[in-house]
Design a protein around this ligand. Sequence first.
Ligand SMILES: [Zn+2]
Length: 372
Amino acid sequence: MTSTQLLEMLLSCSLQIMILTGACMVLERAFPRPGDRYSLWKAYFLCVPLLVAAGLMLPKLRIFQPWQYADADTLLSAADVETLAAKVLIAIWCIGAVVMLVRWIVHLFVLQLELFHCECVSSGDLQQLLDRKLDLEFRKYQPRLLISDDAQGPYCLQMHRPVIVIPRKLFRLERDQVRHILVHEIAHLQNNHPLQHFIQQAVQVICWFHPSVSKASSHASLVREYCCDDEVIRCGIPYSTYLRTLLRIAEYAGCRKALPSITFGKTPSELKLRAKRLVESAGHDQAVPNRSFRKGRLAVATLLLIACALTQLSLPTDPLASSRTHWSSWPKWSAQALHCLGIPARDYEVFDRRIRPFEQLHETGEYANACG
Ligand SMILES: [Zn+2]
């Protein structure tokens, strides 16, 4: 892939991700249940790396070819500028991605250190704390329940074994309130949220420069919390009682630093939004909607269709692209893979990119005039 092709791919992918984020937000309005909304965001964080992979590995449809009207000098000048721009942007992206990756690894390391200093709740204390239903869930997922002196709020992790961490101060709340926290954290484990959070973080490292991805990430985190709040209410815990628990957590969380885990309330403003939503639901005496797998699948299928269509959306910025075909060539690596499987794939432009400006001269008749 040449520098001008790489720049075209980078700009096209950025546009595709922006449109995909917008589509996801519009679809959220059509499917307002938190479960369906979260299914959409789950699919979104899988679609983003797929769009990047498609940009690197698939040919593109070129409907508009604005460069066919440019003269040879303009093509060469634009190619020089774009080559320089591509090199600068790739260097900035690499630096940003490395910084984000190092930051993520450091946070995970800090989290591991924090776990190392946590106190494990004894089985006797646990038995006193859990009611029958919670006891069944604990037997199913077998999480380690840890008490921390440093945690920002309650959170869960899943590495080789699930872990639920509760700050010591919150562990001293009334027993019912601690149970609410545990029901909420178990709901995260039931729905496989730690893995989805990991994928979300990885996408943020790749697309660190894109504001749509950051916005989507905070949106997905909030919807994930809504889902688990609904699970708590679905367990028969009254809105007012659960709101009191949220309030105690908000008091504790204050302005402590967030870690890259599924924290009960990453920020006080997030807790405020969740509390506001619960107050509205309680005010309207709304029953928490049950999960609708059919609607969730429909929402995800619609988003996947949009993502498939977006793979062919490209910004025609490459001045050296052939104007004699509506399809770009296959990138070298995917073409080679297809050749190995015996599938013919065009992995070169219709004419050599190095002589593209001279071809342009022929097309416009300037070459003949210069020779004649
Ligand atoms: Zn949570």
